[in-house]
Design a protein around this ligand. Structure first.
Ligand SMILES: *Cc1c(COP(=O)(O)O)cnc(C)c1O
Length: 427
């Protein structure tokens, strides 16, 4: 499609957009009486209007039923998390028994590493990406320490080549080969949080397995954003947060995937708790730990129903629409945003910014990271003051996520005009 940088053209695209009405299902912060242009759904998704109803239901059941709510609530609490299995497994390409919700992302990755990072004297190295999300870096360091190894020896980072912004797949594969027999675990982000680069998880998983390692992914920026086939790709384990693309609210619960092939393995170490206990016998309060066969066998505590409620609202919304439609719009709106950025760049003398996200559609999803030259920080501030919410990452990057659920093509056009004005103002 040939794009045009005009309001009429953007409005035309909105008219043709089959998801356009979903915009009305979300609550937007207001700026001068209008919805802001929201580009930070990769950091905290907007609140769906239907969420409140899900939370109110729990509040009402709590007030009228108290402890009886565990069994007699509208949606009983004792197995509330099982409502996620069907819709969530579809979203991430898993079997219902392979997914669960619990805790928060870093906590879940730690718990999964208890099972899937079992270093030995000869095979103890972890491959991750250079400049992984800080929480992941701290996790790797502390896990390696915990097992008595040295981070500088045990953690192997895949680097970007000099002058390049993204990691090449061939370099990931070469590193896996190079570490070879010493490799215990490959654990990288399915979508890089900084650049928005999407990794070829299937190929990386194959290579990791060939080297005799376990392969897991941090899907913080992938869940609800890209097409995932976790089961088919034979990934060992994965976890994601739900407050980014999945719109479940600040700091909310995480989702986990554990491949079926590991479910019955009683030799895997894990940190137990009563919510993992055989469901039929859980309330018999017996001393012997007999974990559920399936991802629920990694549960620890009884679940925070008040925080699962917004997550359920969101998962049901995703199930209603399906990833295909979201991905179709995502590709088009991201390309339109890219086009607008290039148009603005052409209109202005000198190079003001550079898009560091891959241009290839296969290697990117709902995010363009823009490296600002010159007055980056003041431009960012200008945008915020003018109703455009983006985020700032050191040293000079703003990240733009045109989330297909609630961003419009007209937003992209308006953003372009504000950006242009901003560049001319702060210059
Ligand atoms: C957002 C994000 C996290 C956040 O972790 P929490 O435990 O939810 O605070 C972790 N890893 C990556 C890659 C992220 O993008």
């Amino acid at each position: 499609m040939t794009f045009q940088n005009t309001r009429e053209f953007a409005q035309q695209l909105d008219k043709q957009d089959e998801l356009n009405h979903y915009r009305n299902e979300f609550l937007f912060p207001q700026h001068n009486g209008k919805n802001v242009i929201y580009f930070t759904g990769n950091s905290l998704g907007l609140q769906p209007k239907r969420t409140k109803q899900y939370v109110d239901e729990v509040m009402n059941d709590w007030s009228s039923l108290a402890v009886e709510g565990h069994f007699y609530a509208e949606k009983p609490w004792w197995d509330y998390h099982e409502r996620f299995a069907n819709p969530l497994s579809k979203l991430v390409g898993a079997k219902p028994s392979e997914v669960t919700v619990m805790n928060t992302l870093t906590v879940n990755l730690h718990l999964l590493m208890v099972s899937f990072y079992r270093p030995t004297k000869t095979r103890y190295k972890i491959i991750c990406e250079e400049k992984a999300f800080p929480s992941d870096q701290y996790m790797f360091q502390s896990q390696v320490h915990f097992h008595g190894y040295k981070p500088e020896d045990a953690i192997v980072e895949i680097k970007r080549r000099e002058g390049e912004h993204n990691i090449r797949l061939e370099d990931v594969l070469a590193k896996i080969n190079e570490v070879g027999d010493e490799l215990a675990l490959v654990l990288i982000g399915g979508v890089n949080y900084y650049t928005g680069q999407v990794f070829d998880m299937k190929t990386i998983t194959e290579a990791g397995h060939k080297a005799g390692a376990i392969v897991g992914f941090d899907l913080a920026h992938a869940a609800g954003n890209i097409k995932l086939e976790l089961h088919e790709w034979n990934i060992d384990f994965a976890a994601w947060c739900s407050y980014k693309y999945m719109n479940s609210g600040p700091g909310n619960a995480s989702g986990c995937f554990i491949h079926e092939k590991h479910h019955a393995n009683k030799d895997l170490s894990r940190f137990g708790g009563w919510w993992a206990q055989n469901k039929e016998r859980r309330f018999l309060m017996e001393p012997k730990f007999d974990p559920i066969v399936g991802a629920n066998g990694w549960q620890v505590s009884n679940l925070p129903i008040l925080s699962l409620a917004p997550y359920l609202a969101s998962v049901e919304m995703f199930a209603e629409v399906g990833m295909e439609k979201l991905i179709r719009k995502r590709n088009q709106i991201t390309s339109y945003l890219e086009f607008i950025l290039h148009e603005i760049d052409k209109d202005i003398e000198g190079t003001e910014f550079e898009i560091i996200t891959p241009t290839n559609q296969e290697e990117r999803a709902c995010q363009l990271s823009v490296f600002l030259h010159g007055q980056g920080r003041s431009l960012f501030d200008y945008l915020m003051k003018n109703g455009v919410i983006t985020d700032w990452r050191e040293p000079n990057v703003i990240r733009l996520a045109p989330v297909p659920f609630y961003c419009s093509y007209e937003d992209m056009y308006d953003f372009g005009q504000i950006l242009k004005q901003g560049i001319l103002t702060v210059k």
